[in-house]
Write a protein that binds this ligand. Sequence first.
Ligand code: CAA
Length: 283
Amino acid sequence: MAIETVGVVGAGQMGNGIAHVFALAGYNVLLNDVSEASLSKALDTIGKNLDRQVSRGKITAEEKQAAMGRINTTMTLADLGQTDLVIEAATEKEVVKQQIFDALLPHLKPTTILTSNTSSISITRLASRTDRPEKFMGFHFMNPVPVMQLVELIRGIATDQETYELLHEVVRKLGKTAASAEDFPAFIVNRILMPMINEAVYTLYEGVGSVKSIDESMKLGANHPMGPLELADFIGLDTCLAIMNVLHEGLADTKYRPCPLMTKYVEAGWLGRKTGRGFYDYR
Ligand code: CAA
């Protein structure tokens, strides 16, 4: 089966990055979100990120135009029915993802591969609620999608080999590298990354260091491209907290207890870059 048209559900920072890389690799993309404003903001972001690649000589202006021309948008989920591959990249809440699949499934052709960009939720459980658990997979991109080389591929218990191999080939066509992860809470990257970010928040909470000294320590002392608090702001504190909760509940170990300060920031709406305030002020 050849994949030509890709549906992306959710035009936020992951969804627009996914649409960007698929369009640049020659796929036709149908990007879906619930409002006209979020779709036009996503197109604007994709245009600016492609411009950045043009100005750095990574792609030509013609390639940018061609990529933009391959992206269409829709607010109607049913329009994704005829696509060959659907990537759900909505918010990291299981109930939201399930509602999307429930609304989408009646319109989907039988051969369409269904995937979720979830960073932590059980693929087996998400798949079990669909009519095609054998064609369902975790397809986890990293942020910023156009820059990060890795894509995690997560098989649910029922995923068939053909689906796995097809997605492996898609990752190769995107010019990225696939890492296979078993279906356990938060898979590989976030199983390791999120406890580090959570520990950085504890380090701040307990007064061991300031925001600046914690981030500088990890940048200059461990050669990380971003400090852990800066990275938490970049990912979104709501997403970080949701992943810590999945780890805490799924692995039933207190070492994954989310830091109360992270919870408090999320309750305050201080979610990081996207809301203008997190550990840093972006206003
Ligand atoms: N789109 C396209 N290109 C982009 C981009 C974007 N959104 N953002 C940055 N770039 C490109 C730049 O054009 C530049 O390209 P060249 O090297 O070809 O010149 C390159 O990326 C570096 O960018 P900058 O020089 O502007 O900035 P930087 O050196 O500070 O790097 C960064 C920015 C790549 C984001 C870097 O800070 C970094 O790697 N940070 C860590 C990111 C990370 O850990 N991501 C994983 C998050 S975890 C996750 O995603 C999983 C999850 O489920 C939560």
